[in-house]
Design a protein around this ligand. Structure first.
Ligand code: DC
Length: 247
């Protein structure tokens, strides 16, 4: 099948479509990305997991998280891969499967800290560009539409009020969480602050992103809205793709 006959072809011949999903922590990017990937037959790549894996390595080596130099040289000799799976990505740190080790609070906080440094970002962006170079992906993060793939065919900026994001996160913690909802909201605000105000690639919508604010939407409504955004774009690229799931 040639690029032109392929319903998920991008505007660029020979490459399949890239869907970029950016937004703050807890906005539901992973859930929406997973749904879109399934619905449109794309691979789902979660870039936050790469910053988390790098942070895990820095923690294990007991490097100071506020000093760029040591982290920068560590980054050049670190390989991080994502392997798309049914529900989540398998995350390989220098070949070791660390998927189950990167979601705790210590790594979450460390990932937020190390991701402000340009040298770390440059390394992660380069790895992400390699992973997505063939297209056919939904890639989610903070800077996908602005820096990693500025030419992505579809860009969605998913947002929600901090209180709503915090309460959704709190609800996911299970029946007897060790923290109060206020702490979860406070932590989200601190991460927002770092993401939005760092000098290098701050979190912001790309000029051509579609803004999707899920503050007063259910998950089903948000999924439907995101699907409609991608479908409309596919339709503009190739009207034959309207009902088509493919490749
Ligand atoms: O999406 P997440 O919570 O797993 O991301 C972990 C951290 O990585 C987050 O604090 C911000 C950072 N990050 C980033 O700076 N750029 C990305 N593309 C993805 C994540």
């Amino acid at each position: 099948m040639s690029a032109n006959e392929n319903p998920l072809s991008s505007a660029q011949p020979g490459r399949k479509i890239i869907v970029a999903i950016d937004g703050p922590a807890g906005a539901g990017k992973s859930t929406i990305a997973r749904h879109l990937a399934r619905h449109f037959g794309l691979l789902n790549l979660e870039t936050g997991a790469m910053y988390r894996a790098f942070a895990l390595k820095a923690l294990r080596m007991e490097l100071p998280l506020d000093k760029s130099e040591g982290l920068a040289s560590l980054a050049t000799e670190t390989d991080i891969r994502l392997e798309p799976g049914e529900d989540e990505n398998r995350v390989l740190l220098d070949g070791e499967d660390v998927t189950g080790l990167i979601r705790n609070q210590m790594v979450t906080d460390a990932a937020s800290r190390v991701s402000i440094f340009p040298a770390i970002r440059a390394r992660m962006v380069s790895l992400q560009q390699q992973l997505g170079s063939g297209g056919g992906v939904v890639m989610e993060g903070r800077d996908i539409g602005t820096v990693v793939f500025p030419h992505a065919e579809v860009k969605i900026f998913l947002d929600a009020a901090p209180e709503v994001r915090g309460l959704r996160r709190f609800d996911q913690l299970g029946p007897a969480p060790a923290v109060q909802p206020e702490e979860v909201i406070r932590d989200l605000r601190a991460r927002d602050e770092r993401d939005r105000n760092r000098a290098d690639s701050p979190l912001k919508p790309a000029a051509d992103a579609v803004l999707l604010d899920s503050t007063s939407m259910t998950l089903e409504e948000t999924v439907a809205a995101a699907e409609a955004i991608v479908a409309a774009k596919l339709d503009r690229l190739d009207p034959r793709s309207r009902s088509g799931k493919c490749c």
